[in-house]
Ligand binder design. Structure first.
Ligand code: ADP
Length: 259
């Protein structure tokens, strides 16, 4: 297993090839897409040339998160041209290709083909591409990992025991594909009451850091459950683009990736 240092070195070394970093989770709804969008924005703020592939084929949310929903990618030399966003992060998502509200009901091979078109696109001078994986540990994920061999992967989980069991499974998926895990992120860690400021832990506390220790993987940081994160995400303005307190945890994680 490569270590986080190997991946860091690879990211900072002069790169002839572009690197993919996959963001995965054992299950849906834990904030994988939110983290991916904010990490991409945070890396772009640090001057990185970063792109984002929304590989969550059946539930694409990046066009909403990055505020470019409704735009269509152009095609050049038979390849898709990523759609620009206000945050310096070009992005490609199924959400840019299908009509609003239409469900995608493809079988594995179709989904695989679509994914290939999103990744094998006109990424120009992007140095690193973050890939928002579909939730879970199915065939599409494994095939994607084996085919495109990301340089590393980040696993997101809530502190809840059940989510953690699934996160460990995601770790196994990356192992199987021989993709080194850069580390674990704990999302929805602690809730500050907007009225009285009291802190509570709806999903438990510190579980992901403990799990990281048990799995011998680096712990990259925790992001609190905060209403502003949900609201600004829905509004297409990732908190990492601003200077609110909610930007800080995302910037800190990006800092570690880019150290
Ligand atoms: P996933 O990609 O794992 O399915 P999402 O990123 O779509 O999860 O997040 C699920 C929902 O939770 C979204 O409505 C999102 O805005 C919200 N959310 C994610 N992280 C946080 C957080 N730290 N605080 C508040 N809301 C969050």
């Amino acid at each position: 297993q490569d270590t986080v240092d190997d991946v860091r070195i690879a990211m900072t070394a002069e790169r002839k090839t572009r690197q993919l970093i996959a963001i995965g989770s054992g299950k849906g709804g834990v904030g994988k897409s939110t983290l991916t969008a904010n990490l991409a924005v945070a890396l772009a703020r640090k001057g990185r040339k970063v792109g984002l592939v929304d590989a969550d084929i059946y539930g694409p949310s990046q066009p909403t998160l990055l505020g470019n929903y409704g735009q269509r990618p152009e095609v050049s030399e038979d390849k898709l041209v990523p759609v620009a966003s206000k945050f310096g992060v070009p992005v490609l998502s199924m959400g840019h290709l299908i009509d609003a509200g239409r469900a995608i009901a493809w079988r594995g091979p179709m989904a695989g083909k679509a994914l290939t078109q999103l990744i094998d696109a006109q990424w120009g001078d992007a140095e690193v591409i973050l890939v928002d994986l579909p939730p879970g540990t199915g065939d599409v994920q494994l095939t994607m990992l084996q085919k495109f061999k990301p340089a590393g992967a980040i696993i997101v989980s809530t502190p809840q025991d059940l989510a953690l069991i699934d996160a460990a499974r995601a770790g196994q998926l990356f192992d199987e594909a021989e993709v080194p895990v850069i580390g674990l992120v704990e999302n929805m860690a602690g809730y500050a009451c907007p009225h009285c400021g009291e802190l509570s832990d709806p999903f438990g506390k510190g579980g992901v850091e403990t799990a990281a220790g048990r799995l011998e993987l680096p712990f990259l940081g925790r992001i609190p459950l905060h209403m502003d994160i949900r609201q600004s995400s829905d509004a297409g303005t990732p908190p990492a683009a601003g200077d609110s307190a909610q930007a800080a945890p995302f910037l800190a994680i990006a800092e570690q990736l880019d150290a």
